[in-house]
Design a binder for this molecule. Sequence first.
Ligand code: TEU
Ligand code: CA
Length: 549
Amino acid sequence: MTQHETNNHWWQEAVVYQVYPRSFQDSNGDGIGDLAGIIQRLDYLQELGINAIWLSPVYRSPNDDNGYDISDYEQIMAEFGTMDDMEQLIQEAKLREIKIIMDLVVNHTSDEHPWFIESRSSKDNPYRDFYVWRKGINDGPPNDLESTFLGPAWQLDEPTGEYYLHLFSQKQPDLNWENPAVRNAIYDMMNFWIDKGIGGFRMDVIDLVGKIPDQKITGNGPKLHDYLKEMNTQTFGGKDLLTVGETWGATPEIAKLYSDPKRNELSMVFQFEHVGLDEQPGKSKWDLRPLQIAELKKVFSKWQTELGDQGWNSLFWNNHDLPRIVSRWGNDNRYRVESAKMLAILLHMLKGTPYIYQGEEIGMTNRTIHDIAEVEDIESKNMYADRLEKGYPKPEILASINVKGRDNARTPMQWDNTENAGFTTGEPWLVVNENYHEINVTQALADKNSIFYTYQKLIELRKSYPLIVWGSFELIEDTATDVFAYYRHYQGESWLVVCNFSDRAQRFSLDKTATETIITNTEKTYNQLSDKTLGPYEAFVVKLSSFTD
Ligand code: TEU
Ligand code: CA
């Protein structure tokens, strides 16, 4: 028996859909998406076929970072609804066999969380050590650690004259994980949610919680995995929940530390190696270069093969922090439909758990802004101010925001071609992409050749063919650079996946025969595979007659 037959988990066979609640569906006309709105759209998600929803934060928050700054972990943000709505969402989703994955943001809280209000009030407050406080040095911060959102990571706090650590905004003070009382309070909160019947947790920047700020160690600190083992034992261990850690710095070796089943930590991690392939090495996400497809193949192939039985992959192109994939690595003009389908086929035929970000399944695109006043995202706003001060020309900064800014993913979901795309009857909190007249769910459902149905079919295939879930991966190396082709092998059967990652025709040749066309973004069926010309973004998956090598 192979390993999976004795030791499989529902989340290995699942497809997850990420909902960014603020932008999904407004139910009461205030321009802000809400829980009741998500409930209204569950039938749509059931039709798509997904098994779980990762819900970006819905907790009480002053929204300095759109809910990733939490002021009460056990209350729902008033704009999103009530705890009753939340319980109803969990129930209604369950009726449709959809689990709810909560976003666990425990590297930091909001500065408006009662723990921090207590903590900053005096040096001997019982909550003082819930956060990371240090004395300044020579009238300045304790060291030169920088915040991800730019500027110093230390903020002087008047009442006590000491500095607190914030690896994100000043309104997101870092919790002190070295304090067992902090960890226990977090575990209690996690159990509060587990008792409500949720399906798991996505763990925000979890690789930072083992930090040692005095040595300027932030990611992958020495106690990180002890904490996760403890968390596992105290909360979700033995409950078969999906747990996925957001780990920006993970290599396959590091990923195994989190997700080797023997270590009892997490189900899997989000790794971001592919996400950096259109950035200038050593610089920031804003410093652009064209995607290197040869490197993309190398990175995916490495992750597909190196985890083995000691880990499990997550598969994603998009999330609420990343630009829209069809605009980024596809073609959002002439070949929007073809390239979006190619990207879907390429990703969903890999081994691992696929994640779809809201709107990806209808090929939603980036939206272009012309002025910083149109931007809501704190990361883009801070970067703009920083680079303006450093003398970058305005058009160049705006160009970076248009390509990489987080608002690209956060414009409201496009449901139909009525005003504001059916997202709200009021004034949307973030402007709807004007292309909603052509790109929307109603249109996609009415067109049997739409991107939606490619996603639906990919999800269906995953449920029908164990090869997709469990088969091994083999990259085909001798192809044109812009052709991404690979095999999946399982119990004597082999499939071939071929994707033209470019807007030009490409040659592809393989001395094998296809017996069945599984899925494609063309009208063709495939038999002989030698001397083929692939059209722009052409993608197909076939079953091979026999495989020997
Ligand atoms: O993101 C982690 C993170 O490091 C991001 O700031 C990332 O570097 C950036 O967005 C890339 O564009 C998580 C959440 O996903 C993000 O939304 C939060 O802002 C951040 O943590 C703080 O909680
Ligand atoms: Ca609302």
